[in-house]
Design a protein around this ligand. Structure first.
Ligand SMILES: Cc1cc2nc3c(=O)[nH]c(=O)nc-3n(C[C@H](O)[C@H](O)[C@H](O)COP(=O)(O)OP(=O)(O)OC[C@H]3O[C@@H](n4cnc5c(N)ncnc54)[C@H](O)[C@@H]3O)c2cc1C
Length: 343
């Protein structure tokens, strides 16, 4: 058995196998919790701690608030220690081939390529594998990034942020507070309030209204130079040149479907979501499972996140072992805010 991906759900699944006495191999291309590790420093999850806790282990936070990125990474490390999980970190699975009833996995790490054979494979590789690119001239310039790390870099600098969902809004507020001269370009008229944390929406509105953040609604960037960004108004076609020392293109992330395609998993719809039996999370390829947010494909509207992926763990464990998951892996989603996928 091979589990690929050691984010929260991959770790929750590995803990179930470990507790259940099932032999498995576990890989991550980066360190455990790699996706959480590239989130902005001191970012707070929108979920309350109990909803993103895994394996029945309570997640306590220092200030009884929602967990920060740092608290959650520490929690994930504790999970690995608590259950003494062996994870082959910094070892990326480059290819998976089906060979009869078995799978042949080829990995790459610092010491070179390695091969493994498994009866079952579970992909828990997440849906945020690479930044969505706009394919603009200048997108690869050194002052341009698709990731917001921390605000200090932008102190007393002109920062243009492109995007209108939570990442862009949160970066705009934090950088403005940290003394940056912030402008935001968004292709829509108003921010996507469905995705923006509810406590941030009034603040960004106030910052724009009081002209402490400059807002360019209904615009798309067309060219980035070392000095400025050209923004085109989508209705009039008129172009504005906005001076910028730094540019953050926070327009979302995409899932890498390579491994699924290699073994012949059927992908469907705009999201390129793997076709699954939702009772077991097994794909159309026997023995090949997908759990966690990877089960949703590239999410245009977020449907799967940590909160409601816990049941995947129980379903996969039960399908592969024929036994009940050693801990309670149930849906911890609160009602109302997000639509759940039909099962
Ligand atoms: C800013 C931000 C805030 C969020 N806040 C919340 C929240 O409050 N509540 C919530 O429920 N969700 C939230 N999410 C969503 C959720 O946190 C993440 O999507 C979550 O990390 C998904 O968990 P996962 O285990 O499915 O996948 P991931 O955490 O993405 O883990 C996938 C792992 O697979 C590894 N991997 C990928 N490809 C390979 C390969 N080929 N070989 C080996 N390893 C590979 C990656 O390195 C990674 O470690 C947030 C997301 C973002 C970006």
């Amino acid at each position: 058995m091979a589990v690929v991906g050691a984010g929260p759900i991959g770790l929750e699944l590995a803990s179930a196998f470990k507790l259940g006495g099932v032999k498995y191999l576990h890989f991550d291309a980066g360190q455990i919790g790699h996706t959480v590790s590239w989130m902005p420093r001191q970012m707070r999850f929108f979920s309350s701690p109990d909803r993103i806790s895994i394996c029945g282990v309570p997640l306590q936070t220092v200030e009884q608030e929602k967990a920060s990125r740092e608290e959650y990474l520490a929690y994930l490390r504790s999970i690995v220690e608590q259950f003494d999980l062996t994870v082959h970190t910094h070892e990326k699975i480059m290819s998976i081939q089906k060979s009869g009833s078995k799978f042949l996995l080829t990995s790459e790490k610092a010491t070179g390529q390695h091969q493994y054979v498994a009866d079952y494979v579970v992909l828990a590789t997440g849906d945020l594998n690479r930044a969505r690119e706009l394919n603009l001239p200048g997108e690869d310039l050194p002052h341009v990034s698709h990731y917001f790390d921390e605000p200090h870099r932008y102190f007393r600098k002109r920062l243009l942020i492109v995007g209108g969902r939570n990442s862009a809004v949160e970066a705009a507020i934090r950088c403005q507070r940290a003394g940056a001269d912030v402008a935001v370009s968004y292709r829509g008229d108003e921010f996507d309030t469905q995705s923006v944390k509810y406590w941030l929406a009034p603040e960004i509105e106030m910052l724009i209204k009081t002209e402490r953040v400059t807002y360019y609604p209904l615009t798309i960037p067309t060219v980035i130079t070392p000095q400025h960004v050209s923004l085109r108004q989508v209705q009039t076609g008129q172009c504005t040149q906005v001076p910028a020392d730094f540019v953050l293109l926070l327009v979302g992330y995409e899932m890498d479907t390579t491994l699924m395609e290699q073994v012949g998993v059927a992908l469907a719809g705009e999201n390129q979501a793997p076709q699954l039996d939702l009772q077991t999370m097994q794909t159309n390829v026997p023995g090949f499972y997908v759990g966690g947010t990877a089960a949703a494909g590239t999410q245009i509207r977020f449907q799967l996140f940590i909160e409601n992926c816990h049941p995947h763990v129980g379903k996969i464990f039960e399908s592969i072992t024929g036994r009940q998951c050693p801990f309670d892996a149930t849906d911890k989603t609160h009602s109302g805010r997000y639509a759940l996928p039909e099962s």
